[in-house]
Design a protein around this ligand. Structure first.
Ligand SMILES: Cc1cc2nc3c(=O)[nH]c(=O)nc-3n(C[C@H](O)[C@H](O)[C@H](O)COP(=O)(O)OP(=O)(O)OC[C@H]3O[C@@H](n4cnc5c(N)ncnc54)[C@H](O)[C@@H]3O)c2cc1C
Length: 418
């Protein structure tokens, strides 16, 4: 079956939906047929809230934002009247009160970035404090990506400044952070509803497998849930899919799009629910602690639940652990949770309910730090536009998706205006 559109957007995460809404704001798109495709069963992508009951939702994907760092995202939240609440995890509860020492160490090395900023973060810190101390410092910040050889000192400082748990070691110590009271998926649902009310149509369970340009049109081939191929012809295309999904399209990514290289890291989140908030007597309410074990960052959310959040090798660790079944996974989590709190496992109860999600490409980014990186990519021959947070200085954040969408939609609007 053949379908046609004027504008086809592939990918219905926050980037794709922001593209749609930007296009709809422009009069040059009046009356144009805009169609959105996604391989998932609904919108959202890496925004993935799970409603537990009428009052509680958890975020398996994106979980928080800062108005100081993410003003465009905040504006979107406000424009849809989304309620927010304070995200409390802006300071690490470190053992032996070593925060101040850590903070002064991290800040004191900033002047050296000028000369050695391109070194890996580990060798940067090691060259001043020795490798043992450097490993201790990096470990205590909870993000394993900071150990990776391709994470330069400049990139590491950027990560430290832009994450709530580590911002207290930087000039951003006073940034505020919020979460969406009803889950970010509600916002995404509203963006979709608005687009639908303006005539945009959505097709799910369709995975783009190839795209070719013929004359002035693009022919897109999708695989639907019944494994049938579906062809769609469009006059204009925006691929709002992350860089990790691009090479599968035989469009010679990244070489025909960009002079830069891209990478991604896995992420894993696990949520644990108990009959009683047993962590209250330990003064852990609304605190995040760093564990020197595979749980890494453990968050105690009010008196409601506990979650842990890991990246890189420890995200893969939990993914592999699940291959032995949910019971083994829970036993392991229980053991490491007790270890992180210096308690015996018998001392803490077993969770009554749990949820988790592994994201093989949780965070996507440009490997070569380049401030001049364009916020949207263009295929050098066929003119297809690619949009992702990974192309912006806010890679790994919804803000980046919105910025890339503005740029992508802007390119298309300019083309349509000619
Ligand atoms: C665990 C986790 C925690 C995070 N925490 C935060 C946070 O606290 N704050 C924050 O701002 N951001 C956070 N992020 C990052 C944030 O989720 C992303 O920056 C943002 O969602 C990216 O949006 P996107 O639309 O560019 O990509 P995605 O959300 O990945 O959307 C891409 C869409 O394209 C579709 N797609 C891909 N390939 C194809 C294909 N071939 N055919 C059809 N469809 C395709 C996918 O199904 C998907 O729906 C987090 C991410 C994860 C995973």
């Amino acid at each position: 079956m053949m379908h046609y559109s004027d504008i086809c957007i592939v990918g219905a995460g926050i980037s794709g939906l922001s593209c749609v809404n930007q296009l709809l704001e422009s009069s040059v798109c009046n009356g144009l047929d805009i169609q959105v495709f996604d391989m998932n069963a609904d919108v959202g992508g890496r925004v993935n809230s799970k409603n537990l009951d009428a009052e509680e939702s958890i975020e398996l994907g994106a979980g928080r934002y800062s108005p100081q760092l993410h003003p465009n995202f905040q504006r979107v939240m406000q424009s849809y009247d989304q309620k927010n609440d304070i995200y409390p995890f802006t300071e690490l509860a470190l053992k032996d009160n070593v925060q101040e020492k850590l903070r002064s160490t991290i800040l004191s090395l900033i002047p050296m970035l000028k000369e050695h900023g391109k070194d890996s973060f580990l060798s940067f810190i090691s060259s001043y404090l020795g490798e043992i101390e450097a490993r201790k410092i990096i470990k205590s910040m909870g993000y394993d990506a900071l150990f990776l050889p391709n994470i330069s000192a400049e990139m590491a400082y950027d990560i430290i400044e832009k994450h709530p748990e580590t911002q207290s070691f930087s000039k951003n110590a006073l940034n505020q952070w919020f979460y969406a009271s009803n889950g970010f998926t509600q916002l995404i649902g509203q963006m979709k509803a608005e687009a639908q009310s303006k005539g945009v149509s959505f097709t799910f369970d369709h995975r783009l497998i190839s795209l070719i340009k013929q004359d002035d049109e693009y022919q897109l081939t999708f695989l639907n849930e019944a494994n049938e191929t579906v062809t769609h012809v469009a006059r204009h295309v925006i691929l709002a899919i992350p860089p990790s999904a691009m090479p599968k399209l035989a469009l010679n990514f990244p070489e025909d799009w960009s002079q830069y290289r891209y990478g991604s890291l896995p992420l894993f989140k696990g949520f644990l629910f108990y009959d009683t908030p047993w962590w209250e007597p330990y003064q852990l309410v609304d605190k995040v602690i760093i564990a020197d074990n595979p749980l890494r960052k453990i968050y105690f959310k009010s008196n409601k639940y506990i979650f842990f959040y890991t990246d890189s090798e420890n995200a893969s660790y939990w993914h592999d652990c699940l291959k032995n079944g949910e019971d083994e996974f829970l036993k392991e989590v229980h053991f490491h949770l007790a270890d992180a709190l210096d308690l015996t496992p018998a001392h803490i109860p077993f969770p009554k309910e749990h949820h988790h999600k592994h994201w093989p490409h949780g965070v996507e980014f440009c490997v070569d730090t380049a401030i001049e990186h364009p916020f949207a990519l263009l295929h050098k021959e066929n003119g297809v536009i690619a949009c992702s947070d990974a192309y912006t200085s806010h890679c790994g954040w919804m803000e980046g998706g919105i910025l890339s969408a503005k740029k992508s939609a802007g390119i298309l609007i300019e083309r349509l205006s000619k």
